[in-house]
Design a protein around this ligand. Structure first.
Ligand code: GTP
Ligand code: ZN
Length: 368
């Protein structure tokens, strides 16, 4: 195992040269804990070590926004420190790609999900999951990241050859950049081809399209990819020691991080809303701002249904929209963990600065 297996390349090497002179070592961040980060470094014996590291005050102060702070997937320069000292991130190398989304409630703020992703694989099917609008949104997110877009039209065994091919062709129409493959859990070779040494791969797509099944079909013997946080305990595999980047023995690095799911749910919600822009426009004309569009006086939506301007079926679907969105949001809430971590940034950052952290630990100690 070398740095190249972790995604290291010439451009990083070049940028790192001045740091090397300080005796710092390159490391890739694979985990974002509350207080620390997890990082992989070479162990000098052909393998790598998983170490807990903290950020230097300088790295924090130099960051102009949250998005500029080190994130999972970043390459950093580590100061290993002496006996009993913290291992400290002294610098973050430039990102070659960056998968991110806009933070909720603050469209100007960018949330970095994973840095230095080579390929984002969107999994869908030719059946109920097929939605070109949503696909466009995925493509927009991927294009912004700089990663390579790939789409798998999965579960091909459940649809006719023609259905699969039409779905694939329609997706190719959306983007000339994208590689589209027809796959099934029995025919997963196309996905496997992207797992090359040093390549970082993220899989995205609706629940139940077969992401876990595909990954398990390829790597099942070395890694059981559950794809989901355990619903009942809320803990699942995302414990403090979980790796959000999995280095696979056969080559490639799999992104396994709750933020990916965030992107997907946000995309779903926007797509859902988007189907009803015309009804939303009508709603703006209702007499009362809090109109429930039921028996309320002056409801512009009901009026449109009565005149036949709006289809009754669409009206029913629109009334369900809020509850569908509420359902999506409830799912999202389960992942609030990640977002809360970011909201507590200052506290956490403080905690990452070794000097401040000692103070903080002192403050947090129960008083005698
Ligand atoms: N027939 C058929 N079934 C499949 C295929 N791929 C996955 N499935 C089944 O679809 C179901 C859902 O698959 P998962 O791999 O759990 O889906 P996922 O995308 O990981 O879903 P989340 O973890 O909720 O995001 C499982 O019962 C799989 O066995 C396929 O190619 N063909
Ligand atoms: Zn109304």
């Amino acid at each position: 195992m070398t740095l190249a297996d972790l995604g290291w390349n010439e451009a990083f090497e070049k940028e790192f040269a001045p740091f090397q002179k300080n005796g710092w070592v390159p490391a890739r961040l694979i985990r974002d804990n509350k207080i620390t980060y997890g990082a992989l470094i070479e162990d000098g014996e052909g393998g790598y070590d998983d170490v807990e590291v903290v950020m230097s005050g300088k790295v924090y102060h130099d960051a102009e926004s949250d998005a500029a702070l080190p994130a999972v997937g970043d390459w950093v320069a580590l100061d290993l420190g002496g006996e009993g000292e913290d291992t400290v991130i002294r610098a973050r190398l430039s990102r070659q790609t960056c998968l991110s989304r806009k933070a909720p409630g603050n469209s100007a703020e960018e949330q970095v999900i994973v840095a230095n992703v080579s390929t984002v694989v969107v999994v869908t099917d030719a059946g109920p999951d097929f939605n070109l609008r949503r696909m466009e949104r995925y493509f927009a997110v991927i294009a912004r990241s700089g990663a390579r877009p790939v789409v798998l039209v999965n579960k091909s065994d459940l649809y006719t050859k023609q259905e699969n091919e039409e779905a694939a062709a329609a997706i190719r129409e959306l983007s000339s950049e994208v590689d589209v493959h027809i796959t099934s859990v029995k025919k997963h070779r196309p996905l496997k081809e992207y797992f090359k040494k040093g390549q970082t791969i993220a899989l995205i797509g609706s629940s139940g399209v077969g992401k876990s099944a595909l990954v398990n079909a390829i790597f099942g013997d070395e890694y059981q990819w559950t794809g989901e946080v355990n619903e009942t305990t809320g803990k699942g595999r995302h414990t403090t020691t979980a790796r959000e980047l999995m280095v696979l023995r056969k080559g490639g690095i799999l992104v396994d991080n709750p933020g990916i799911k965030e992107i997907q749910m946000w995309t779903d919600e926007t797509t859902l809303r988007d189907r009803f822009v015309d009804v939303d426009d009508l709603a703006a004309q209702c007499k009362f701002l809090d109109c429930k569009h039921g028996k309320d006086t002056g409801c512009a939506i009901r009026a449109a249904v009565e005149t036949g301007a709006l289809d009754a079926g669409r009206y029913e679907a629109y009334l369900k929209l809020d509850s569908e969105i509420a359902k999506l949001r409830a799912q999202r809430k389960k992942r609030q963990m990640t977002i809360e971590r970011r909201a507590k940034r200052d506290h956490r950052i403080k905690a990452r600065n070794p000097v401040d952290r000692r103070e903080l630990e002192h403050d947090l100690k129960p008083r005698a």
